[in-house]
Design a protein around this ligand. Structure first.
Ligand code: UTP
Length: 472
């Protein structure tokens, strides 16, 4: 009773008394459960979020004095750079083969745009065998492990909403043939959802509405879950961070890993040259010598459109959520305490009204808050950026149809396979518009990089228009 009274007082101070509206109707278990949820809330922080994000509709302040960030081009442009890239590749290979690099996929998102039932990693995407995203990554990790005679570990971040289903997918697929001890599945944290008036939303009489705390939550969750501890025990120093929706990811890229390590960096990024000033990618900038990502929606138009004398965009580098992060960096951030800024999204969030009736809003009615992993870049004292080629490494599956959809990603998988084969001298049949005239899928066991094809040429059949070719 005493706790309940003091709790009521606390809720009153913070304008959240409605959380207990139906308290008397709950059974003992529900009460205990709700109490636990309330105790998880940090009301001081909540007051700040309500003031700064929920009720504040000003766009976030962008840092003053930002300039374009320097980067390594995808192909070296002078002999000194060529030497450096060769050295970096060699170092990267050594780091992979000595088990110092781990794969890390963030898979805690809700995938609302794709509208697929279940964890996005279970979405089937490969053009011939219909392999899921998780299977493609698993096979990639297995192929790299065998190529480098190492056992590369894989860390998978889920959310409380999809943890159990993700575990079940891995169990029923026998971890896709990977060794169980090389897989570590954990959960990220959540943040409460708010109504536009700043009150925490309830999903039912006994539960607070919560959603995953964003991919930035990975930096906390890696630590809290024991993943960092596990990495340290295994001798992992570098975390290869990628998103669950990119089937083209080159998880273990010796050049990227090597340039990061040679540069003494703590967190590094891959970047693309944007297709235009308004492409919806974050922009790599430099502020006080530190790398920052400014979101496309925050970069003023005149800056986005500014051109160099050669016609290229001044802010031409877009962020694609591919990073190398040091285990030591994540550990240090957590041990000294850190916080990333939050970003707000106004969404349709089901909730119960003051009468306890469930409302499925048809208009956005609430706020979800998330942190973004790239906001940790300015916390790194060193950070390198490597330009990559879109058609080789970035085919995000975000939408059911149209841009960045399963269809475009599948086309990109086929087109990349065709280019890899052609570069090794294989003839590929093409339509008059240049697109590939057959369906090709290269399994990671056949090649994880273009260079792997050369030694396998004897296994490649002659390819005719309309063929369905699977190389493994
Ligand atoms: P997106 O920003 O595309 O969000 O996530 P989403 O939730 O997957 O999809 P929508 O917006 O609802 O359609 C980019 C990557 O970050 C992960 C996702 O799983 C995806 O790999 N992510 C996102 C998390 O792991 N946790 C989060 O809280 C948010």
């Amino acid at each position: 009773e005493k706790t309940l009274e003091s709790l009521k007082k606390q809720l009153k101070t913070h304008n959240q008394t409605h959380i207990l509206t139906f308290w008397d109707q709950l059974d003992a278990t529900q009460q205990e459960n709700l109490l636990g949820q309330i105790q998880q809330l940090d009301f001081k922080k909540i007051d700040g979020w309500v003031a700064n994000y929920v009720k504040n509709s000003n766009p976030p302040a962008i840092p003053a004095g930002f300039v374009p960030a320097p980067f390594y081009p995808s192909i070296p442009t002078n002999p000194a750079q060529e030497t450096k890239y060769a050295k970096a590749r060699e170092l990267g290979r050594e780091l992979i083969s000595t088990g110092k690099v781990a794969a890390f996929v963030v898979a805690g998102g809700q995938g609302t745009r794709l509208g697929f039932d279940g964890p996005k990693g279970n979405f089937a995407i490969s053009p011939v065998k219909n392999k899921t995203l998780f299977q493609i990554f698993a096979e990639n990790i297995a192929a790299v492990s065998s190529k480098y005679h190492a056992s590369c570990p894989w860390y998978i971040m889920t959310s409380p909403l999809n943890y159990a289903s993700t575990l079940e997918i891995f169990r029923s697929n026998n971890c896709y043939g990977l060794n169980k001890k090389d897989i570590f599945i954990f959960q990220q944290g959540t943040l409460p959802n708010f109504g536009l008036d700043g009150r925490v939303l309830m999903t039912d009489k006994a539960d607070i509405a919560c959603s995953p705390d964003g991919h930035g939550g990975s930096l906390l969750a890696l630590y809290k879950s024991g993943a960092i501890e596990n990495m340290k025990k295994r001798g992992v120093e570098f975390i290869s961070y990628f998103q669950v929706d990119n089937p083209l990811i080159n998880i273990f890229d010796p050049l990227f890993i090597g340039l990061h390590a040679l540069g003494g960096a703590q967190m590094s990024s891959k970047a693309l040259i944007k297709t235009g000033p308004k492409e919806k990618l974050g922009n790599f900038c430099l502020v006080d010598g530190r790398v920052n990502v400014i979101e496309y929606s925050d970069l003023p138009d005149e800056m986005a459109e500014k051109k160099n004398p050669d016609g290229s965009l001044v802010f031409e580098l877009g962020s694609i959520a591919i990073h190398i992060i040091n285990t030591g960096f994540v550990e240090r951030l957590n041990s000294k305490g850190f916080s990333l800024p939050l970003h707000k999204a106004i969404k349709k969030i089901p909730y119960i009204d003051e009468k306890g009736k469930l409302i499925q809003p048809d208009q956005p009615n609430g706020v979800k808050l998330e942190s973004f992993v790239f906001d940790a870049l300015p916390l790194a004292s060193n950070s390198i950026i490597l330009e990559t080629v879109r058609s080789e490494e970035f085919g995000p599956v975000k939408n059911a149809t149209g841009v960045d959809s399963a269809e475009t990603a599948r086309e990109m998988i086929i087109a990349r396979a065709a280019r890899w084969l052609e570069s090794a001298g294989v003839a590929i049949t093409r339509k008059p518009d240049g697109s590939v005239n057959c369906v090709i899928e290269i399994a990671p066991s056949f090649a994880v990089e273009k260079e792997d094809i050369k030694s396998k040429l004897a296994q490649v059949p002659q390819i005719k228009a309309g063929d369905k070719i699977y190389l493994a």
